[in-house]
Design a protein around this ligand. Structure first.
Ligand SMILES: Nc1ncnc2c1ncn2[C@@H]1O[C@H](COP(=O)(O)OP(=O)(O)OP(=O)(O)O)[C@@H](O)[C@H]1O
Length: 243
């Protein structure tokens, strides 16, 4: 369902992706972890066709090296910081894509249905993003990601900036939405709780490659020194840190 094959991407002399390979079966949920600056966002942009890899191929939902426009019908995305349009009310943010298509008339009802799915009341529909808390904005972003019932979902740092309780709420919502929809999901995170709650599988990006991948249950118990340092948040270990 999602395949990255030998992806390479450099910026000038800096080789960020240096042969990234992974395959994710339909209906599986993959959590991608890795230190700051290891290229998680670059990988995401390459997968979504927002950035062109120097070499290698991507396959998503049967499309090979798809352009973002071609992916729009297949992929829902929760952006870091939710990335809502400030000038549009919540319901138009959620049903944004429908507003320009033949199903315009049903857009508001669909938005309200999706808002309910993420635990938001109909009254939120007419508010503007600036009137919402960070946690509510994340929920709206989540409602937008699932508005078109896409078979593939991407979540970029879904709990960043949230308090631990709201983070738990968002993790649980993501897990239930992914399970219920049978969606194939890729989540980028630094949050070990998200790793445990959301992932079936985990892949760790390190030195431009997938250094480790395996079942989520093994990610926190593996003896791999890079994984151990990262998941346990240790300063000492093979991952170079600025001290
Ligand atoms: N457009 C660009 N031009 C030049 N360098 C870039 C560009 N985009 C990313 N990079 C570099 O690629 C590297 C990886 O960046 P990326 O944002 O993917 O890291 P990340 O793993 O997502 O980090 P974080 O967890 O901090 O968000 C960084 O060194 C960054 O400076």
């Amino acid at each position: 369902m999602i395949r990255a094959n030998a992806l390479h991407k450099a910026f000038g002399a800096k080789q960020v992706l240096n042969g990234v390979d992974f395959t994710l079966d339909r209906g599986q949920s993959l959590v991608v972890i890795g230190g700051s600056g290891t290229g998680k966002s670059v990988l995401l942009r390459c997968l979504l066709g927002l950035e062109r890899a120097d070499s290698g191929t991507v396959e998503i939902a049967g499309l090979r090296d798809p352009k973002p426009q071609a992916l729009a019908a297949h992929v829902g995305m929760l952006f870091q910081g939710a990335a809502l349009f400030d000038s549009l009310p919540v319901w138009q943010n959620v049903a944004f894509r429908m507003l320009r298509g033949p199903r315009r008339a049903g857009a508001r009802a669909l938005a309200i249905e999706k808002l309910a799915r993420v635990g938001l009341d109909e009254r939120v529909a007419d508010l503007y993003p600036a009137e919402l808390s960070g946690g509510m904005q994340k929920r709206v972003g989540l409602a937008r990601a699932i508005a078109g019932d896409p078979p593939v979902l991407f979540f970029d740092e879904p709990t960043a900036g949230l308090d631990p309780i709201m983070a738990a709420v968002i993790n649980a919502l993501i897990r239930s939405i992914v399970t219920e929809a049978g969606a194939t999901a890729v989540t980028i995170t630094h949050d070990m709780t998200t790793l445990r709650e959301v992932g079936d599988r985990v892949a760790m990006l390190h030195d431009g490659r997938i250094h480790w991948q395996g079942p989520a249950a093994e990610a926190l118990t593996t003896d791999d020194p890079v994984m151990r340092q990262f998941t346990q948040g240790r300063v000492e270990g093979p991952i170079a840190t600025l001290r």
